[in-house]
Design a protein around this ligand. Structure first.
Ligand code: SAM
Length: 224
């Protein structure tokens, strides 16, 4: 039998529970202790790539574009955002759990091709929601995959992130024509309605978890 090796554990701030990183036969898994299933696996990441490809499609030729990715996970979305943007662009990744960044500097970093080593990557350690408080038009694209979707799963405070008030703050933080893209494990028409109420032009795409196979995930696209 192929053994599973526990590589690390991390507490989620504000009593949010515990994350574990494990490795089995070259594949990595991040799990939330006490919850069935994986938060993230290095075997399935097509929809995490699609989040960045769809969310950055409008800026692929734009110089000095600024992209915000929340959160880091295994870095697939960050890596795809770097690929989807010009060499003069900058990609800021916000991550709540410091150990996630440390894990990505270690062996886990290989999974997505070490996007933290790219000169265009910046790291914000903290809640991505804090970056929307300024309401200054800063980003051309905001790519959110901090949970299972627009309902909190890993961190209770994340339900605030998808409130109408927060969506309005996020819209203010986008530059003209900027795009908010949100990853979700399911499709909920109520979220589309909420985005419209926050004055976004909205659409969504259904993408498969891995190379055209597996679970169907939703990417909500909301343009300023
Ligand atoms: C599902 S993973 C992201 C997967 C990522 N898209 C990828 O390509 O690997 C969710 C990540 O968001 C982080 N996170 C959760 N809530 C957050 C928040 N409010 N602010 C910043 N990061 C958060 C988690 O610690 C975790 O690293």
């Amino acid at each position: 039998m192929i053994p599973t090796t526990l590589l690390g554990t991390a507490k989620i701030p504000n009593d949010g529970g515990e994350l574990t990183l494990s490795e089995r036969d070259g594949d990595f898994a991040i799990k939330l202790t006490g919850v069935h299933g994986e938060l993230m696996s290095s075997r399935m990441y097509s929809s995490e790539l699609a989040l960045a490809e769809l969310g950055c499609a409008h800026i692929q030729a734009v110089e000095n574009a600024k992209v915000l990715v929340g959160g880091m996970g295994m870095g697939f979305t960050l890596s795809a955002a770097l690929k989807a943007t010009t060499l003069s662009s900058e990609v800021l990744v916000a991550e709540l759990v410091p150990e996630i960044i440390e894990w990505n500097k270690g062996p886990l970093g290989e999974a997505a091709g070490r996007p933290l080593d790219d000169d265009r990557t910046r790291v914000y350690l903290g809640d991505v929601g804090e970056l929307f408080m300024s309401r200054q038009a800063t980003y051309d694209a905001i790519l959110l995959d901090v949970d299972n979707g627009p309902e909190a799963f890993t961190h209770d405070d994340n339900s605030e992130l998808y409130s109408l008030e927060s969506l309005r703050d996020i819209r203010d933080t986008l530059r003209p024509d900027g795009m908010l893209a949100v990853w979700s494990a399911w499709h909920d028409p109520r979220f589309t309605k909420k985005l419209k109420k926050a004055r976004f032009k909205t659409s969504y795409k259904t993408v498969r978890a891995h190379k055209g196979k597996g679970s169907k995930h939703t990417i909500y696209l909301a343009q300023k």
